[in-house]
Write a protein that binds this ligand. Structure first.
Ligand code: TPP
Ligand code: MG
Length: 754
């Protein structure tokens, strides 16, 4: 053990091991009473979980030492979190911090398997060695996750799991009401609570601040939220100390959150605090935070030399607060075990863990891209189509009631906005677990009236206004989807997606990938976006950038340009979310919401009648299928576009016909996955392609179309009209940067003149 004076300059696995043996050896057996409510069995179970976790950390370092382990962030010093698991039920969904290893071990033991030490070790070490047999992520990441134990995997992005945990707690309460409609129960019992752990530095993250605020806000409105937040406070985030007292001050200051505190090196008191906190949450269905003070051993991760930034005295002090030694002391003080028996158990667990480490290190790793992406976003288009066609049975009487006596198919031609409204209503009617929510969607019915009347017809449980925070809106969707709802959150403007984007990218899109499909977040995120609003808004209401959505693996992005596509595309998204757990973005072109005309004023050509359920099967549009308009001979030119570009291109194509030029206009309809087969076929049909892309030249949709053509070996001519790499300015200047009809016309002529 390296020593400076009587302090350590770095804590190694050997230090921890030697220190444990020495400290236990010095204990003298006693006959003290166990604290009230803490039976001997429970202390033993907590101790076993702590030992398992400690030895897993040591094993991870051992595996790393010869290149067979790929993850060394450990739980050593945090093992007091085992008492939190002990205070909860096996069926309480848990979203865990990466140092909640002892919680995980205790949870596995609660599951009642024959050998919980080996079972835990196998789960965790398969993650460490990236084994394809790892039970939840299949070697895609080292996570704590196991559906059989109701542990939902979390990502490494600090605090990003908190909004989802809020959403899951919200949904558990919401589903109690929905179940009154006869729907199946949620995956968790109705009296479950959600537990979510995180570190002390994480408290400061915007995402954590959002979740803590949202939990308090929900409570303040009188709604119930059975959420137990657990801050595992080791006083430091990598190398940056949390200012003394800050974490407690900020957690205590949160309106709506009841604060409980506990010291990790006092297992009896920590357990009592956890029981009290959990009891409060379960009984009152109101959120609470348990501030569990821990220590951190062996640095942040394997390669972290703490000595560079932590005074030796700090490390020494932490070693005096080892939670595993504290539980050993409790056992010995109470006469439940002699020091020798404690050490014997320590070694026995150590051998079991090491044995599993040796077993798993040679296991097969993921092989090849196909296996790796197999769990990313599985799609079953036939089932999706069948789900849509099954809706033909929707009762006319129910629909008449839901639509206030006037069915939308009898209302004459509708706008894009009216069609989306009617489709959402039919969706809400068809699926009692579907919920529509966001800023201003309920009482007001949306900034553009798209959700008008839905709250009146379906009630505030199904259609509701949220607080103004996009991170929390998406988080509610993530948690609600996990809990078995079909969430349809709205992001009011595309520009405001960006500050919350990680909830889509890091959380939603990764869930099936990191959980082998055991957990899914079916979700259809409606986003109002794209440019060309006449006389309104500037950049933030006319954002024309979707680059941030285009490269998220597995994400579905639909853009309906007109009413008769809006309904089938939305139904497909809803069905795909329900059937395959797809994460879908339904991007609504604001400028086309209320557009009525196509070629000339009053022609009403941009409207379309709404089709009743009997026609939905025929009208079904699978994910990734484009729409083709043949204009004139349709032989001279292929225009590939989407959104506002469809209307502009159709207008241009109509004028080109007068010049004797026949064009086919391809509406991509899906920006992800791109309808590559349709694009190639329609491009090859004319050999001349004009990409009309209202998003930016850099990172815009057009880049993807051009790349698809090149990849497919397309050999014809091709050119691109795209918007300028700029933010969209206010007023008429917007036209200077956006794709305009003149530019499309010139682009077409230039292409034909080549
Ligand atoms: C959003 C984000 N930023 C940065 C990181 C890199 N990082 C990983 S752990 C960590 C410190 C976290 O400290 P704390 O919340 O106290 O947890 P601890 O590791 O101490 O248990 C940082 C900065 C990250 N994972 N996510
Ligand atoms: Mg910390």
């Amino acid at each position: 053990m390296a020593q400076v004076g009587n302090a350590f300059d770095v804590t190694t696995p050997q230090d921890l091991d030697e220190r444990f043996r020495a400290a236990v050896g010095e204990l003298s057996p006693g006959s003290a009473d166990l604290p009230d409510g803490m039976p001997a069995e429970l202390v033993r179970a907590v101790f076993d979980a702590q030992l398992t976790s400690r030895h897993l950390d040591l094993a991870a370092r051992w595996l790393r030492s010869f290149g067979e382990g790929f993850y060394t962030i450990g739980s050593a010093g945090h093992e007091s979190n085992a008492v939190v698991a002990a205070a909860l039920r096996h069926t309480d969904p848990a979203f865990l911090h990466y140092r909640s290893g002892a919680f995980y071990a205790a949870r596995v033991a609660q599951g009642g398997g024959a050998d919980s030490v080996s079972d835990t070790a196998r789960d965790v070490l398969r993650g460490v060695v990236a084994s394809a047999s790892e039970p939840i992520a299949g070697g895609r990441h080292k996570v704590f996750g196991n559906a059989a134990h109701h542990v939902v995997p979390t990502t490494s992005t600090i605090a990003s799991h908190l909004p989802r945990a809020v959403g899951a707690a919200f949904a558990i309460e919401r589903l109690r009401k929905v179940n009154g409609n006869g729907a199946a129960g949620p995956p968790w019992p109705a009296d479950a609570l959600v537990v979510c752990s995180f570190g002390d530095a994480s408290v400061n993250h915007a995402t954590a601040a959002a979740a803590l605020n949202t939990a308090g806000w929900i409570d303040h409105t009188g709604l119930r939220l059975p959420l137990l937040l657990v801050c595992e406070d080791n006083g430091i985030g990598i190398s940056v100390k949390s200012p003394p007292g800050w974490v407690e001050a900020t957690l205590r200051a949160r309106p709506g959150l009841k604060y409980f505190g506990a010291e990790g090196d006092d297992p009896a008191a920590a357990y009592a605090a956890a029981v009290e906190a959990a009891g409060h949450v379960r009984r009152t269905r109101r959120p609470a935070v348990l501030h569990l003070r821990t220590v951190r051993f062996m640095g942040h991760a394997g390669a972290d030399a703490e000595v560079a930034y932590r005074p030796a005295a700090d490390l020494d002090r932490d070693l005096g607060r080892d939670p595993v030694i504290a539980t050993a002391r409790l056992l010995v003080d109470a006469g439940l075990a002699t020091p020798e028996e404690v050490l014997a158990r320590y070694d026995e667990v150590g051998w079991q863990v090491r044995k599993v480490a040796e077993e798993v290190l040679g296991e097969r790793k993921l092989a090849g891209p196909a296996e790796i992406v197999a769990t990313l976003a599985p799609r079953r288009p036939v089932r999706v189509a069948r789900t849509v066609s099954d809706l033909s049975g929707l009762s006319t009487a129910d629909r008449a009631a839901a639509f206030g006596g006037r069915l939308p198919e009898e209302a004459g031609p509708l706008t894009l906005a009216q069609t989306i409204n009617a489709t959402l209503a039919d969706g809400l009617l068809a699926n009692p677990r579907m919920a529509v929510f966001g800023e201003d969607v309920a009482l007001k019915g949306g900034v553009y009236g798209v959700t008008k009347g839905l709250r009146e017809r379906f009630g505030a449980t199904r259609v509701f206004d949220t607080l103004l925070d996009e991170t929390s809106i998406l988080g509610l969707g993530l948690g609600a989807g996990l809990a078995g709802m079909l969430p349809v959150p709205e992001i009011q403007y595309l520009a405001y997606l960006h500050n919350a984007e990680d909830q889509l990218r890091g959380e939603a899109a990764t869930m099936q990938f990191f959980s082998g499909g055991a957990y899914r977040n079916p979700m259809v995120v409606r986003i109002a976006g794209l440019a060309y609003q006449e006389g309104f808004g500037g950049h933030f209401h006319n954002d024309n950038s979707v680059a941030v959505l285009r490269d998220i693996p597995g994400l579905v992005v639909a853009v309906p340009a007109r009413a008769d596509d809006a309904a089938p595309l939305l139904r497909t998204c809803l069905a795909s979310a329900a059937v395959d757990g797809s994460v879908c973005v339904y991007l609504e072109p604001i400028a086309l919401y209320h557009t009525r005309d196509l070629y000339e004023d009053g022609d009403n050509e941009w409207l379309a009648p709404y089709l009743g359920p009997a026609s939905w099967a025929d009208a079904h549009v699978p994910v990734g299928r484009a729409r083709v308009y043949q204009v004139g001979s349709a032989e001279d030119l292929t225009i590939i576009t989407f959104g506002n570009g469809v209307r502009m291109s159709l207008r241009v194509a109509a004028r080109l016909v007068e010049e004797g030029i026949g064009a086919r206009v391809v509406d991509l309809r899906w920006l992800a996955p791109l309808p590559v087969a349709d694009v190639i076929r329609e491009s090859s049909a004319t050999g001349r392609v004009l990409v009309v892309d209202e998003t930016r030249r850099s990172g815009g949709v057009g880049e993807g179309v051009l790349a698809a053509l090149v990849d497919a070996g397309y050999v014809g001519s091709v050119s691109r009209i795209a918007s300028v790499d700029s933010f969209v300015p206010l007023g008429p200047a917007a036209r200077e940067v956006l794709v305009a009809e003149d530019a499309i016309t010139q682009g077409a002529r230039a292409l034909l003149a080549r």
